[in-house]
Design a protein around this ligand. Sequence first.
Ligand code: OXD
Ligand code: MN
Length: 596
Amino acid sequence: MLTNNKNVLAWVDEMVALCKPAKVVWIDGSEEQLQALRDEAVSTGEMMWLNQEKLPGCMYHRTAVNDVARVEDRTFICSTKKEDAGPTNNWRSPQEMHGMLTPMYYGVMEGKTMYVIPYSMGPIGSKMSKVGVEVTDSIYVVLNMDIMTRVGKRAFEQLGDESNDFVRGLHAKADLDDQKRYIVHFPEENSICSINSGYGGNVLLGKKCFALRIASYQGKNEGWMAEHMLILGIENPQGETKYICAAFPSACGKTNLAMLIPPEIYAKQGYKVWTVGDDIAWLRQGDDGRLWAINPENGFFGVAPGTNLKSNPNALHTTEKGTIFTNVALNNETNTVWWEGLDKNPPVDATEWKGAKVNGPEYVAAGNKLAHPNSRFTAPAKNCPCVSPEFDNPQGVPVSAIVFGGRRAKTAPLVYQSFDWKHGTFVGSIMASETTAAAAGAVGVVRRDPMAMLPFCGYNMGDYWQHWLDMGEKLGDKAPKIFHVNWFRTDSEGHFIWPGFGDNMRVLMWILARCEGTADAVETPIGYEPKPEDINIEGLDISLETIKDLLSVDKESWMEDITREGTGIEAFYAKFGSKLPAEMRKQLEALKARLA
Ligand code: OXD
Ligand code: MN
């Protein structure tokens, strides 16, 4: 036993009585214990060692073929009242859900080991951190949690002997039956139940389940915010660093932006970019009145395909040691990993992600994927060449700007600034992304994804917007400035106009200049925009005319985005009924008036 905390001990006893494992192992976080678990996972075939010379400490795992992604349609928020989950979440009453789930867990770990994982979300010793305890029957989960969070005895020290403020997470792989797969949150009980999955996003309960869904609810009650945001720092040649938090829907390049390489024009002056987080930010008002951010995670659970030496060298280097790869392809000759977009040379002697040995180049030429499109790396943050020196700072970092973004072919300009915090909250609430040709289904279909939190907000999104407005009141004139960016505008042939990747820093530099009051702006109906010449294009193959184009606001397409049937802003807002804050309605009417 690693703790005297009676609340923890009582809950674990209850879980043992329910799941009836043959054995219970408490994860203390020691290297000896973890190494023994790695060896055990290899001996049972659950995991595999990769080439230990080329990829020291790296392991490989394959999930079940039917278990490769988050399952939003099987994810539930079980608040007592349905309206507290809101129109964007699946809901069942806690009573009904417990009634269904409890029998599913009864004896589910018979003959197996239950691992008890204490973990801290956030640096040990930080007032902003919170503790969770996950029980699971999967070593893969233990080893991933060890990378993604701060596990072991130190987490119980963070919790203390008396506190009851810890999130209870129960995970069992059961039969991996996708018809009985459930990812369930009980915000009022501080608990999470996950069953019949072994895929990261569904089973690493510290991440989306706790650090976003449960934490967003806690944040509303306790006066702070849990957001789907990266955190990066830009250090100027004088050695001062300013921090930006940015929210983008899944698959819009958050990890790439968080680890961006400054373009030559900035690098040669001595600018540096530091990564604090790539997915989640917890934000709190500090004693100085400003907004401060921590990354509650301790690693990166990144999508492998598309990661390469050009798109994100920092991410690639991060995965060179101590990393777990899931559902990527294997190069059997070298016992290393491969995925689409890593390079142009699929291994000849390959194993595709489902486990079949194939001739890589032939397999790919026939239109197959060697790695699953959602294959992942789980890599320690400390491996990252540009990890921020403030990564473990218990105070977090002060936030100068908040940036929202989506994937829009036409409507949204390259960048604009909101008029103030209230308008910025509105800008976040109308965020949207368009489906691409890469995904099945119609191209250009808009999915509204407010603050990139659509699948991750643990309570009514109307109340969530009100919480944003309340935070703005509290922060007053110390509030970060709020911006919106769009890297994905296309020309008439459907090609991206803006180069993206490291060159996105050129836009971030205007954003920081606005925060410091050193750049001008032009007022438009949707917000403040840069003067085109204030976006630095030195060294780019882009003209001032193109920047003007990227900044143009087409009033008609904005009106269409407001009024479109089904996916327009008005239709989306209508779902919230009386939960829509009056301020948001006011902001929408004001936008319409400015566009008219
Ligand atoms: C993620 C996601 O895995 O947002 O981070 O889906
Ligand atoms: Mn994410």
